[in-house]
Design a binder for this molecule. Structure first.
Ligand code: ADP
Length: 356
């Protein structure tokens, strides 16, 4: 029957459950991002066959029917529900809340700034008053001993020539210390007011060191100190402010003397180190704790331990050293171990070599 095949009706049976669960659902989940839209698949009678999550309320934004050969289902898309916080923020209360948070933020910020500047002012005031009392003490005690020694010498009550000589040494040392303190205060005040003027001149560093060391050696010889000086022969001349650099070196060597404890040996070395000229002042005294090293150059900073407190000082010496070294575009390095001693090294950039 050749006509029978031509008249036969073709078709296929759809397993609705498999179509829904195995094909439609994975396809929708994969292709419709959950934050872009929610969706449902409904049968003709309105029953929900599938949905992307909880059932959305309100009308669908878009509805499409499955193709004619599929079951008579409709696919509905709904816009995503507004997020809770977003909805809150675009409401009127949300706006008020936002303004409130903004004003509160500004107030807190202002408060923090005020507290910071007040505590900074208080800290400065405390440092100034500490400074005044330390400096007055620093001036008073050498002045008292100078007056007493001078009175004894004047009254002729000093029995031996040897004792008289010792008194002269102490007088010299105390007056030198006063002069150093005064110079430190004046120089630092000038630098901080931006009035310091450095006069750079080509200088033989070894000769300058020798002058400084000799002056201090004379002053501290009676206490048994021996200051060794070792300068490499071929040091190139450096452009420095002689007065300022002498003052910085004097402060370093003076500290080495003050913080030597029972040791009486100090060494001063000048040598080439890479691209720098290094001037190292080493003592074998009380040393500095590692955690205190970064604070040593702060204004008025004085080491906190008992040993340091037994030594007189203003906490300005190293601040000035740092300022002077900075003005020469140099660096300063500290190596120290408590109980073993310290090395303070000034590193000055070496001048470019002159063409022959
Ligand atoms: P001052 O010696 O007047 O206290 P400085 O600014 O010169 O002030 O030094 C700051 C601090 O650094 C000192 O109080 C001391 O604790 C520490 N210090 C400086 N030089 C040495 C040193 N050679 N050995 C040990 N501690 C030192």
């Amino acid at each position: 029957m050749p006509g029978a095949a031509a008249e036969a009706a073709w078709g296929f049976i759809v397993n609705a459950d498999r179509l829904r669960e195995d094909i439609v659902k994975p396809a929708l989940l994969e292709h419709v991002p959950s934050d872009a839209a929610t969706w449902t698949v409904r049968a003709r009678d309105g029953a929900v066959l599938l949905s992307s999550g909880s059932l959305p309320s309100g009308p669908a934004a878009f509805t499409a029917n499955f193709a004619a050969k599929f079951p008579d289902w409709a696919l509905e898309f709904y816009p995503p529900p507004p997020r809770l916080i977003q909805a809150f923020l675009i409401s009127r209360q949300g706006l008020y809340f936002l303004i409130f948070v903004l004003i509160a933020g500004i107030l807190v910020f202002g408060l923090v700034l005020t507290i910071r500047s007040v505590s900074h002012e208080l800290e400065l005031a405390r440092m100034k008053s500490d400074f005044v009392s330390t400096v007055s003490h620093e001036f008073k005690s050498p002045l008292t001993s100078i007056r007493q020694l001078a009175e004894m010498l004047q009254s002729g009550r000093v029995p031996s020539e040897e004792r008289r000589q010792k008194y002269y040494d102490v007088l010299l040392e105390q007056s030198e210390r006063l002069a150093l303190l005064t110079d430190n205060i004046l120089s630092l005040a000038k630098i901080e007011a931006g009035r310091a003027e450095f006069a750079f001149a080509r200088t033989d560093v070894s000769a300058l060191l020798s002058e400084v060391v000799t002056a201090i050696q004379d002053r501290v010889r009676h206490e048994g100190f021996a200051i060794e000086l070792e300068a490499a022969a071929a040091l190139p001349p450096l452009a420095v402010d002689r007065t300022a650099l002498s003052q910085a070196l004097t402060n370093l060597i003076d500290n080495a003397v003050k913080y030597s404890g029972d040791s009486r040996k100090i060494s001063v070395r000048a040598y080439l180190e890479g691209e720098d000229i290094a001037i190292a002042v080493r003592d074998f005294g009380i040393g500095v704790k590692k955690e205190d090293i970064p604070r040593l150059f702060e204004r008025f900073y004085r080491g906190g331990d008992e040993l340091t407190r037994t030594v007189k000082g203003s906490g300005l010496g190293l601040t000035l050293v740092k300022e002077i070294v900075d003005a020469h575009r140099g660096r300063i390095r500290v190596e120290s171990e408590p109980g073993k001693g310290s090395v303070f090294t000034i590193l000055m950039p070496r001048p470019p070599r002159e063409e022959p």
